[in-house]
Design a protein. Structure first.
Length: 512
Protein backbone atom coordinates (compact mmCIF):
# COMPACT_ATOMS: atom_id res chain seq x y z
CA UNK A 1 0.00 0.00 0.00
CA UNK A 2 1.43 3.40 -0.91
CA UNK A 3 2.20 5.80 1.89
CA UNK A 4 -0.69 8.21 2.16
CA UNK A 5 -1.83 10.94 4.47
CA UNK A 6 -4.94 13.02 4.83
CA UNK A 7 -3.71 16.53 4.22
CA UNK A 8 -5.25 19.96 4.02
CA UNK A 9 -5.77 21.52 0.59
CA UNK A 10 -2.98 23.83 -0.48
CA UNK A 11 -0.47 22.43 2.01
CA UNK A 12 1.00 19.47 0.18
CA UNK A 13 3.10 19.07 -2.93
CA UNK A 14 1.90 16.16 -5.07
CA UNK A 15 3.62 12.96 -4.11
CA UNK A 16 4.47 12.28 -7.77
CA UNK A 17 6.24 15.62 -8.10
CA UNK A 18 9.86 14.43 -8.17
CA UNK A 19 11.00 18.03 -8.59
CA UNK A 20 10.67 18.65 -4.86
CA UNK A 21 13.98 16.82 -4.26
CA UNK A 22 15.68 18.84 -6.99
CA UNK A 23 14.16 21.96 -5.43
CA UNK A 24 15.74 20.99 -2.09
CA UNK A 25 19.20 21.27 -3.69
CA UNK A 26 18.62 24.92 -4.64
CA UNK A 27 16.90 25.79 -1.35
CA UNK A 28 19.84 24.27 0.54
CA UNK A 29 22.31 26.18 -1.65
CA UNK A 30 20.56 29.46 -0.86
CA UNK A 31 20.54 28.68 2.86
CA UNK A 32 24.25 27.83 2.71
CA UNK A 33 24.96 31.20 1.09
CA UNK A 34 23.11 33.12 3.82
CA UNK A 35 24.75 31.17 6.66
CA UNK A 36 28.22 31.42 5.10
CA UNK A 37 27.85 35.18 4.84
CA UNK A 38 27.42 35.49 8.60
CA UNK A 39 31.02 34.36 9.27
CA UNK A 40 32.85 34.81 5.97
CA UNK A 41 32.63 38.63 6.22
CA UNK A 42 34.02 38.61 9.79
CA UNK A 43 37.23 37.03 8.52
CA UNK A 44 37.57 39.70 5.80
CA UNK A 45 36.72 42.63 8.09
CA UNK A 46 40.29 43.68 9.10
CA UNK A 47 41.45 43.80 5.46
CA UNK A 48 38.31 45.63 4.29
CA UNK A 49 38.64 48.13 7.14
CA UNK A 50 42.21 48.95 6.08
CA UNK A 51 41.47 49.28 2.36
CA UNK A 52 38.33 51.40 2.76
CA UNK A 53 39.68 53.60 5.55
CA UNK A 54 36.94 52.62 8.00
CA UNK A 55 37.67 53.96 11.49
CA UNK A 56 37.94 51.70 14.51
CA UNK A 57 34.75 53.17 15.91
CA UNK A 58 32.77 52.56 12.71
CA UNK A 59 34.02 49.08 11.79
CA UNK A 60 31.21 47.44 13.81
CA UNK A 61 28.71 48.79 11.26
CA UNK A 62 29.92 46.27 8.67
CA UNK A 63 28.33 43.63 10.90
CA UNK A 64 25.67 45.77 12.62
CA UNK A 65 24.12 47.18 9.41
CA UNK A 66 23.42 43.62 8.23
CA UNK A 67 22.16 42.44 11.62
CA UNK A 68 19.73 45.34 12.03
CA UNK A 69 18.21 45.02 8.56
CA UNK A 70 18.01 41.23 8.73
CA UNK A 71 16.64 41.01 12.27
CA UNK A 72 14.25 43.95 11.89
CA UNK A 73 12.69 42.89 8.59
CA UNK A 74 12.33 39.13 9.11
CA UNK A 75 8.65 39.16 10.08
CA UNK A 76 7.87 41.51 7.20
CA UNK A 77 9.83 39.26 4.84
CA UNK A 78 7.93 36.19 6.02
CA UNK A 79 4.58 37.94 5.50
CA UNK A 80 5.63 39.08 2.00
CA UNK A 81 6.45 35.44 1.17
CA UNK A 82 2.94 34.42 2.30
CA UNK A 83 1.40 37.26 0.26
CA UNK A 84 3.42 37.11 -2.99
CA UNK A 85 4.15 33.38 -2.98
CA UNK A 86 7.22 31.71 -1.51
CA UNK A 87 8.85 30.88 -4.84
CA UNK A 88 8.62 34.48 -6.05
CA UNK A 89 9.94 35.83 -2.72
CA UNK A 90 12.73 33.23 -2.75
CA UNK A 91 13.94 34.16 -6.26
CA UNK A 92 13.64 37.90 -5.61
CA UNK A 93 15.55 37.50 -2.34
CA UNK A 94 18.36 35.65 -4.13
CA UNK A 95 18.66 38.23 -6.92
CA UNK A 96 18.66 41.11 -4.44
CA UNK A 97 21.18 39.40 -2.17
CA UNK A 98 23.51 38.80 -5.14
CA UNK A 99 23.25 42.43 -6.27
CA UNK A 100 23.93 43.72 -2.74
CA UNK A 101 26.92 41.34 -2.43
CA UNK A 102 28.36 42.62 -5.72
CA UNK A 103 27.92 46.18 -4.47
CA UNK A 104 29.75 45.31 -1.25
CA UNK A 105 32.61 43.68 -3.13
CA UNK A 106 32.99 46.74 -5.36
CA UNK A 107 32.69 49.24 -2.47
CA UNK A 108 35.22 52.10 -2.48
CA UNK A 109 34.11 53.81 0.74
CA UNK A 110 32.95 52.73 4.16
CA UNK A 111 29.53 54.34 3.61
CA UNK A 112 28.97 52.29 0.45
CA UNK A 113 30.00 49.14 2.31
CA UNK A 114 27.53 49.85 5.15
CA UNK A 115 24.74 50.42 2.63
CA UNK A 116 25.54 47.19 0.79
CA UNK A 117 25.49 45.24 4.06
CA UNK A 118 22.10 46.73 4.99
CA UNK A 119 20.75 45.72 1.57
CA UNK A 120 22.14 42.20 2.06
CA UNK A 121 20.29 42.03 5.37
CA UNK A 122 17.03 43.28 3.85
CA UNK A 123 17.04 40.74 1.02
CA UNK A 124 18.25 38.04 3.42
CA UNK A 125 15.16 38.76 5.55
CA UNK A 126 13.04 37.98 2.49
CA UNK A 127 15.08 34.95 1.43
CA UNK A 128 15.50 33.06 4.72
CA UNK A 129 11.81 32.65 5.71
CA UNK A 130 10.85 31.95 2.06
CA UNK A 131 13.37 29.08 1.93
CA UNK A 132 12.20 27.48 5.18
CA UNK A 133 8.50 27.90 4.38
CA UNK A 134 9.01 26.32 0.93
CA UNK A 135 10.31 23.22 2.70
CA UNK A 136 7.36 23.34 5.08
CA UNK A 137 4.74 23.33 2.29
CA UNK A 138 6.59 21.00 -0.14
CA UNK A 139 7.54 18.22 2.30
CA UNK A 140 4.62 17.12 4.48
CA UNK A 141 5.08 13.35 4.40
CA UNK A 142 6.67 12.40 7.73
CA UNK A 143 9.65 10.42 6.40
CA UNK A 144 10.39 12.76 3.50
CA UNK A 145 10.08 15.78 5.80
CA UNK A 146 12.61 14.20 8.17
CA UNK A 147 15.16 13.76 5.37
CA UNK A 148 14.60 17.24 3.91
CA UNK A 149 14.89 19.01 7.26
CA UNK A 150 17.88 16.84 8.19
CA UNK A 151 19.78 18.25 5.22
CA UNK A 152 18.53 21.79 5.87
CA UNK A 153 19.39 21.60 9.58
CA UNK A 154 22.92 20.36 8.88
CA UNK A 155 23.56 23.28 6.52
CA UNK A 156 21.98 25.83 8.88
CA UNK A 157 24.13 24.60 11.75
CA UNK A 158 27.45 23.86 10.05
CA UNK A 159 27.55 26.54 7.36
CA UNK A 160 29.04 29.11 9.72
CA UNK A 161 32.15 27.01 10.32
CA UNK A 162 32.54 26.43 6.57
CA UNK A 163 32.37 30.21 6.19
CA UNK A 164 35.42 30.56 8.44
CA UNK A 165 37.42 28.26 6.14
CA UNK A 166 36.22 29.83 2.89
CA UNK A 167 36.67 33.34 4.27
CA UNK A 168 40.20 32.52 5.37
CA UNK A 169 41.14 31.09 1.96
CA UNK A 170 39.62 33.96 -0.02
CA UNK A 171 41.14 36.66 2.20
CA UNK A 172 44.57 35.03 2.45
CA UNK A 173 45.04 33.92 -1.17
CA UNK A 174 42.82 36.25 -3.23
CA UNK A 175 41.32 39.43 -1.78
CA UNK A 176 38.73 40.35 0.84
CA UNK A 177 36.39 41.50 -1.96
CA UNK A 178 35.90 37.88 -3.00
CA UNK A 179 34.16 37.14 0.28
CA UNK A 180 31.35 39.26 -1.23
CA UNK A 181 31.70 38.30 -4.90
CA UNK A 182 31.51 34.58 -4.04
CA UNK A 183 27.80 35.03 -3.22
CA UNK A 184 26.99 35.97 -6.83
CA UNK A 185 27.50 32.52 -8.44
CA UNK A 186 25.77 30.87 -5.45
CA UNK A 187 22.74 33.12 -5.91
CA UNK A 188 22.60 32.88 -9.71
CA UNK A 189 22.65 29.07 -9.69
CA UNK A 190 20.09 28.86 -6.85
CA UNK A 191 17.75 31.43 -8.46
CA UNK A 192 17.89 29.82 -11.92
CA UNK A 193 17.33 26.36 -10.46
CA UNK A 194 14.48 27.56 -8.26
CA UNK A 195 12.76 29.37 -11.13
CA UNK A 196 12.67 26.26 -13.33
CA UNK A 197 12.32 23.52 -10.69
CA UNK A 198 10.25 24.72 -7.72
CA UNK A 199 6.52 24.05 -7.99
CA UNK A 200 4.89 25.70 -5.02
CA UNK A 201 1.61 24.04 -3.93
CA UNK A 202 -1.50 25.99 -4.90
CA UNK A 203 -3.83 27.72 -2.47
CA UNK A 204 -1.38 28.45 0.33
CA UNK A 205 -1.07 32.23 -0.04
CA UNK A 206 -2.32 34.72 2.51
CA UNK A 207 -3.94 37.45 0.40
CA UNK A 208 -5.16 39.50 3.36
CA UNK A 209 -4.29 43.23 3.32
CA UNK A 210 -0.84 44.01 4.69
CA UNK A 211 -0.85 45.00 8.37
CA UNK A 212 1.08 48.31 8.04
CA UNK A 213 1.01 49.24 11.78
CA UNK A 214 2.27 45.74 12.58
CA UNK A 215 5.09 46.06 10.03
CA UNK A 216 6.22 49.42 11.45
CA UNK A 217 5.99 48.35 15.12
CA UNK A 218 7.68 44.96 14.66
CA UNK A 219 10.48 46.36 12.47
CA UNK A 220 11.29 49.26 14.80
CA UNK A 221 10.94 47.04 17.89
CA UNK A 222 13.27 44.33 16.58
CA UNK A 223 15.79 46.88 15.27
CA UNK A 224 15.84 48.57 18.69
CA UNK A 225 16.26 45.21 20.44
CA UNK A 226 19.10 43.97 18.21
CA UNK A 227 20.86 47.35 18.28
CA UNK A 228 20.51 47.51 22.06
CA UNK A 229 22.37 44.23 22.49
CA UNK A 230 24.90 45.15 19.80
CA UNK A 231 25.65 48.46 21.50
CA UNK A 232 25.81 46.81 24.94
CA UNK A 233 28.66 44.63 23.67
CA UNK A 234 30.74 47.69 22.72
CA UNK A 235 29.55 50.52 25.01
CA UNK A 236 28.32 48.68 28.09
CA UNK A 237 24.92 47.89 29.61
CA UNK A 238 24.70 51.21 31.46
CA UNK A 239 25.20 53.33 28.34
CA UNK A 240 22.29 55.77 27.95
CA UNK A 241 21.66 54.85 24.30
CA UNK A 242 21.75 51.13 25.15
CA UNK A 243 19.16 51.60 27.91
CA UNK A 244 17.01 53.79 25.64
CA UNK A 245 17.07 51.11 22.93
CA UNK A 246 15.92 48.43 25.37
CA UNK A 247 13.11 50.62 26.73
CA UNK A 248 12.00 51.51 23.20
CA UNK A 249 12.05 47.87 22.09
CA UNK A 250 9.87 46.79 25.04
CA UNK A 251 7.33 49.57 24.38
CA UNK A 252 7.23 48.92 20.63
CA UNK A 253 6.98 45.11 20.90
CA UNK A 254 4.32 45.20 23.64
CA UNK A 255 2.31 47.64 21.48
CA UNK A 256 2.86 45.28 18.53
CA UNK A 257 1.34 42.35 20.47
CA UNK A 258 -1.67 44.49 21.48
CA UNK A 259 -2.22 45.58 17.87
CA UNK A 260 -1.85 42.02 16.54
CA UNK A 261 -4.51 40.77 18.96
CA UNK A 262 -7.02 43.31 17.63
CA UNK A 263 -6.50 43.72 13.87
CA UNK A 264 -8.40 41.54 11.41
CA UNK A 265 -5.36 40.47 9.34
CA UNK A 266 -2.32 40.59 11.66
CA UNK A 267 1.28 40.52 10.42
CA UNK A 268 2.00 37.81 13.01
CA UNK A 269 -1.14 35.86 13.98
CA UNK A 270 -0.73 35.21 17.70
CA UNK A 271 -1.86 31.60 17.14
CA UNK A 272 1.56 31.00 15.57
CA UNK A 273 3.53 31.85 18.73
CA UNK A 274 1.02 30.92 21.44
CA UNK A 275 0.99 27.29 20.30
CA UNK A 276 2.76 25.39 23.08
CA UNK A 277 5.15 23.50 20.81
CA UNK A 278 6.13 26.36 18.53
CA UNK A 279 6.55 28.75 21.47
CA UNK A 280 8.82 26.24 23.20
CA UNK A 281 10.84 25.72 20.03
CA UNK A 282 11.33 29.45 19.36
CA UNK A 283 12.47 29.98 22.96
CA UNK A 284 14.78 26.94 23.17
CA UNK A 285 16.34 27.67 19.76
CA UNK A 286 17.05 31.27 20.75
CA UNK A 287 18.71 30.11 23.98
CA UNK A 288 20.74 27.46 22.16
CA UNK A 289 22.08 30.07 19.73
CA UNK A 290 23.21 32.17 22.71
CA UNK A 291 25.13 29.12 23.92
CA UNK A 292 26.63 28.44 20.50
CA UNK A 293 28.03 31.95 20.34
CA UNK A 294 30.11 30.96 23.36
CA UNK A 295 31.92 28.55 21.06
CA UNK A 296 32.31 30.62 17.88
CA UNK A 297 33.11 33.87 19.63
CA UNK A 298 35.68 32.66 22.13
CA UNK A 299 37.28 29.73 20.32
CA UNK A 300 37.99 31.88 17.25
CA UNK A 301 39.89 34.37 19.44
CA UNK A 302 41.52 31.62 21.50
CA UNK A 303 42.84 29.77 18.46
CA UNK A 304 44.12 32.88 16.67
CA UNK A 305 45.41 35.01 19.57
CA UNK A 306 46.46 32.44 22.17
CA UNK A 307 47.42 29.54 19.88
CA UNK A 308 48.56 31.66 16.93
CA UNK A 309 46.47 29.84 14.31
CA UNK A 310 46.00 31.45 10.88
CA UNK A 311 42.41 32.20 9.74
CA UNK A 312 42.48 29.16 7.43
CA UNK A 313 43.80 26.85 10.15
CA UNK A 314 41.16 28.21 12.54
CA UNK A 315 38.45 27.37 10.03
CA UNK A 316 39.74 23.82 9.65
CA UNK A 317 39.81 23.47 13.44
CA UNK A 318 36.00 23.87 13.40
CA UNK A 319 35.47 21.16 10.76
CA UNK A 320 34.87 18.35 13.30
CA UNK A 321 31.95 20.40 14.63
CA UNK A 322 30.50 20.51 11.11
CA UNK A 323 30.93 16.73 10.86
CA UNK A 324 29.16 16.35 14.20
CA UNK A 325 26.28 18.55 13.07
CA UNK A 326 25.85 16.65 9.82
CA UNK A 327 25.88 13.35 11.70
CA UNK A 328 23.42 14.55 14.34
CA UNK A 329 21.07 16.11 11.81
CA UNK A 330 21.07 13.60 8.93
CA UNK A 331 21.75 10.34 10.78
CA UNK A 332 20.33 10.67 14.29
CA UNK A 333 17.61 13.31 13.83
CA UNK A 334 16.39 12.10 10.45
CA UNK A 335 16.28 8.42 11.46
CA UNK A 336 14.58 8.96 14.80
CA UNK A 337 12.20 11.87 14.12
CA UNK A 338 9.42 9.61 12.86
CA UNK A 339 9.96 7.14 15.71
CA UNK A 340 10.26 9.19 18.90
CA UNK A 341 8.71 12.47 20.12
CA UNK A 342 10.67 15.58 19.15
CA UNK A 343 11.41 16.48 22.78
CA UNK A 344 13.40 13.22 23.13
CA UNK A 345 15.71 14.50 20.40
CA UNK A 346 15.80 18.19 21.29
CA UNK A 347 16.22 17.85 25.06
CA UNK A 348 19.07 15.29 24.98
CA UNK A 349 20.60 17.10 21.97
CA UNK A 350 20.95 20.34 23.93
CA UNK A 351 22.35 18.36 26.90
CA UNK A 352 25.02 16.71 24.72
CA UNK A 353 25.93 20.14 23.34
CA UNK A 354 26.08 21.41 26.93
CA UNK A 355 28.44 18.55 27.81
CA UNK A 356 30.76 19.63 25.00
CA UNK A 357 30.59 23.21 26.29
CA UNK A 358 31.30 21.94 29.81
CA UNK A 359 34.60 20.47 28.59
CA UNK A 360 35.57 23.90 27.29
CA UNK A 361 35.33 25.39 30.80
CA UNK A 362 38.65 23.58 31.43
CA UNK A 363 40.36 25.71 28.76
CA UNK A 364 43.93 26.81 29.55
CA UNK A 365 46.71 28.45 27.55
CA UNK A 366 48.41 25.11 26.93
CA UNK A 367 45.25 23.06 26.28
CA UNK A 368 45.66 20.40 23.61
CA UNK A 369 43.49 20.61 20.50
CA UNK A 370 43.22 16.81 20.23
CA UNK A 371 42.83 16.27 23.98
CA UNK A 372 40.25 18.93 24.82
CA UNK A 373 39.03 21.05 21.91
CA UNK A 374 38.35 18.22 19.46
CA UNK A 375 36.02 16.16 21.68
CA UNK A 376 34.32 19.33 22.94
CA UNK A 377 33.42 20.73 19.51
CA UNK A 378 32.41 17.29 18.22
CA UNK A 379 29.98 16.85 21.12
CA UNK A 380 28.63 20.36 20.60
CA UNK A 381 28.12 19.75 16.88
CA UNK A 382 26.51 16.36 17.43
CA UNK A 383 24.11 17.72 20.05
CA UNK A 384 23.14 20.82 18.11
CA UNK A 385 22.61 18.87 14.87
CA UNK A 386 20.39 16.37 16.66
CA UNK A 387 18.31 19.13 18.29
CA UNK A 388 18.11 21.63 15.42
CA UNK A 389 16.69 19.19 12.90
CA UNK A 390 13.41 18.30 14.67
CA UNK A 391 13.13 21.87 16.00
CA UNK A 392 13.12 23.42 12.53
CA UNK A 393 10.70 20.81 11.24
CA UNK A 394 8.26 21.09 14.15
CA UNK A 395 8.38 24.90 14.14
CA UNK A 396 6.67 24.91 10.73
CA UNK A 397 4.70 21.66 11.07
CA UNK A 398 0.97 21.95 11.55
CA UNK A 399 0.91 25.67 10.81
CA UNK A 400 -1.77 26.83 8.39
CA UNK A 401 -0.37 27.17 4.87
CA UNK A 402 -1.16 30.90 4.83
CA UNK A 403 1.00 31.38 7.97
CA UNK A 404 4.02 29.30 6.84
CA UNK A 405 6.09 32.38 5.98
CA UNK A 406 5.70 34.18 9.30
CA UNK A 407 6.15 30.91 11.24
CA UNK A 408 9.44 30.39 9.38
CA UNK A 409 10.41 34.00 9.99
CA UNK A 410 9.96 33.46 13.74
CA UNK A 411 12.54 30.64 13.60
CA UNK A 412 15.05 33.03 12.04
CA UNK A 413 14.05 35.85 14.41
CA UNK A 414 14.66 33.71 17.51
CA UNK A 415 18.09 32.79 16.14
CA UNK A 416 18.97 36.38 15.19
CA UNK A 417 17.93 37.80 18.56
CA UNK A 418 19.69 34.89 20.29
CA UNK A 419 22.87 35.71 18.40
CA UNK A 420 22.70 39.38 19.37
CA UNK A 421 22.10 38.50 23.03
CA UNK A 422 24.86 35.87 22.97
CA UNK A 423 27.44 38.27 21.57
CA UNK A 424 26.62 41.04 24.06
CA UNK A 425 26.00 38.95 27.18
CA UNK A 426 28.88 36.47 26.90
CA UNK A 427 31.34 39.10 25.68
CA UNK A 428 30.50 41.30 28.68
CA UNK A 429 30.92 38.40 31.12
CA UNK A 430 34.25 37.40 29.55
CA UNK A 431 35.60 40.98 29.49
CA UNK A 432 34.64 41.54 33.14
CA UNK A 433 36.28 38.27 34.28
CA UNK A 434 39.43 39.05 32.26
CA UNK A 435 39.74 42.55 33.74
CA UNK A 436 39.30 41.20 37.27
CA UNK A 437 41.89 38.44 36.76
CA UNK A 438 44.52 40.77 35.29
CA UNK A 439 43.98 43.33 38.07
CA UNK A 440 44.48 40.66 40.74
CA UNK A 441 47.57 39.04 39.18
CA UNK A 442 49.46 41.75 37.27
CA UNK A 443 51.19 43.10 40.42
CA UNK A 444 53.18 39.88 40.80
CA UNK A 445 54.51 40.04 37.23
CA UNK A 446 57.47 42.43 37.08
CA UNK A 447 58.99 41.57 33.68
CA UNK A 448 57.19 42.34 30.43
CA UNK A 449 56.98 38.65 29.29
CA UNK A 450 55.35 37.77 32.62
CA UNK A 451 52.84 40.59 32.18
CA UNK A 452 51.98 39.37 28.69
CA UNK A 453 51.50 35.88 30.10
CA UNK A 454 49.14 37.20 32.79
CA UNK A 455 47.11 38.99 30.10
CA UNK A 456 46.79 35.79 28.07
CA UNK A 457 45.84 33.85 31.20
CA UNK A 458 43.26 36.52 32.00
CA UNK A 459 41.82 36.26 28.48
CA UNK A 460 41.46 32.47 28.75
CA UNK A 461 40.00 32.81 32.26
CA UNK A 462 37.41 35.22 30.84
CA UNK A 463 36.48 32.77 28.08
CA UNK A 464 36.06 29.84 30.48
CA UNK A 465 33.96 31.97 32.87
CA UNK A 466 31.60 33.01 30.07
CA UNK A 467 31.41 29.43 28.80
CA UNK A 468 30.10 28.35 32.23
CA UNK A 469 27.13 30.66 31.61
CA UNK A 470 26.71 29.13 28.13
CA UNK A 471 26.53 25.66 29.77
CA UNK A 472 23.71 26.88 32.01
CA UNK A 473 21.87 28.45 29.07
CA UNK A 474 22.03 25.18 27.09
CA UNK A 475 20.72 23.36 30.18
CA UNK A 476 17.79 25.78 30.27
CA UNK A 477 17.15 25.22 26.54
CA UNK A 478 17.00 21.48 27.22
CA UNK A 479 14.58 21.96 30.13
CA UNK A 480 12.27 24.11 27.98
CA UNK A 481 12.35 21.49 25.19
CA UNK A 482 11.44 18.71 27.62
CA UNK A 483 8.70 20.81 29.28
CA UNK A 484 6.98 22.63 26.43
CA UNK A 485 7.43 20.42 23.37
CA UNK A 486 4.87 17.62 23.61
CA UNK A 487 4.16 16.97 19.91
CA UNK A 488 5.86 14.64 17.51
CA UNK A 489 4.17 11.33 18.30
CA UNK A 490 5.67 8.67 15.99
CA UNK A 491 3.61 7.88 12.91
CA UNK A 492 1.67 11.14 12.86
CA UNK A 493 2.03 14.43 11.11
CA UNK A 494 0.35 17.66 12.20
CA UNK A 495 -1.49 19.52 9.48
CA UNK A 496 -3.76 22.50 9.41
CA UNK A 497 -7.43 21.70 9.51
CA UNK A 498 -8.09 23.90 6.52
CA UNK A 499 -7.68 27.32 5.02
CA UNK A 500 -9.93 28.99 7.52
CA UNK A 501 -9.30 26.71 10.45
CA UNK A 502 -8.05 27.91 13.76
CA UNK A 503 -7.24 24.45 15.13
CA UNK A 504 -4.60 21.94 14.16
CA UNK A 505 -5.48 18.27 13.90
CA UNK A 506 -3.28 15.20 14.24
CA UNK A 507 -3.71 13.12 11.10
CA UNK A 508 -2.39 9.58 10.98
CA UNK A 509 0.05 8.60 8.25
CA UNK A 510 -0.71 5.17 6.81
CA UNK A 511 2.64 3.52 6.18
CA UNK A 512 3.53 0.38 4.24
Amino acid sequence: MSETALRAPGLTAPRGDANRWKALVFIALAQLMVVLDATIVNIALPSAQHDLGISEGNKQWVVTAYALAFGGLLLFGGRIADLWGRKRAFVLGLVGFAAASALGGAATTGTLMFGARALQGAFGALLAPAALSLLAVMFTDAKERAKAFGIYGAIAGGGGAVGLILGGFLTEYLDWRWTFFVNVPFAVVAAAGAYFVIREPEGGRNRSPLDIPGVILSTLGLVALVYGFTRAASDGWGDSVTVAMFVASVVLLVTFVIVEARVKAPLLPLRVVTDRNRGGIYLSLGLAIIGMFGLFLFLTYYLQIVKGYSPVKTGFAFLPMVAGMITGSTQIGTRLMTRVPARLLMGPGFLVAGLGMLLLTQLEIGSSYAGLLLPAIMLLGLGMGTAFMPAMSLATQGVQARDAGVASAMVNTSQQVGGAIGTALLNTIAASATTSYVRDHIAGASARPQQELVKLQGMVHGYSTAIWFAVGILGLASLIAFTFVNAGRPGTTMVAAGEGAEDELPVPVIAH
